[in-house]
Design a protein around this ligand. Structure first.
Ligand code: 5RP
Length: 222
């Protein structure tokens, strides 16, 4: 059983007519977006707000009508993936590099539904290195300041050169052994000049749709 597909497709149940929907990024929400594309073709009236260029392209291919953040004040529902989630509904996101746009979209969403497979539901955050988006300018300085918070930051690479986000920035993947206080760390990181945004999503998600390899799907509500 493809647990990501199960979770991604199940989450479509939250989509209703006339909604503005935040479209997340990644291989789990991919399945949600495919289903939303089918519903749009069948006449469902929705508008999507993509969280990355990759998702924008997929939505365009599927014929999902899109709007930009500039033209709206609120999003009814966002469906997105995560790299880790704990029982407090705190998340690590950004494995796919889209954390800034994902967090901006989530911040004006009435509801954030997270789709993932069961391996990502963990007691404590930190097993997955925390992605932090930083400016290219002075990145080594920013990296040193982040490491003082108790982690080992590594500049993300793609094809042996630094990975560049949709916003023209770098990403540091920060290895913390365990994140004890996600709220405090989120604030401390965003206080460092040079940090654009970090992948901790605190007090944002309210629903988790967890696909399991035995074929079941758990839905958790905050
Ligand atoms: C992208 C993300 C993704 O949602 C996260 O990495 C999960 O991806 P996947 O569903 O492919 O495992 O945060 O920035």
């Amino acid at each position: 059983m493809d647990a990501k597909k199960l979770a991604g497709e199940k989450a479509v149940e939250f989509v209703k007519n006339d909604m503005i929907i935040g479209l997340g990024t990644g291989s789990t929400v991919y399945w949600t977006i495919l289903k939303i594309g089918e519903l749009a073709k069948q006449g469902l009236n929705i508008k999507g707000v993509p969280t990355s260029k990759q998702t924008e392209q997929l939505a365009n291919e599927l014929g999902i009508p899109l709007v930009t953040l500039s033209s709206i004040h609120q999003i009814d529902l966002t469906i997105d993936g995560a790299d880790e989630a704990n029982p407090e509904f705190e998340l690590i996101k950004g494995g796919g590099g889209a954390l800034l746009r994902e967090k901006m979209v989530a911040s004006i969403s009435k509801r954030l539904v997270i789709v993932m497979d069961e391996t990502k539901y963990v007691a404590k955050l930190g097993g997955f290195p925390l992605p932090v988006e930083i400016t290219q300018f002075g990145w080594e300085m920013t990296s040193r300041q982040i490491s003082a918070l108790g982690c080992e930051p590594l500049l993300r690479q793609k094809d042996s050169i630094p990975y560049i986000t949709d916003n023209g920035n770098y990403i540091l993947d920060c290895h913390f052994d365990e994140i004890k206080d996600a709220h405090k760390l989120n604030q401390a990181l965003n206080m460092i000049p040079g940090v654009v945004e970090n992948g901790l999503f605190v007090n944002m998600a309210d629903t988790m749709v967890i696909g399991k390899k035995d074929g079941n799907v758990d839905i958790l509500y905050k």
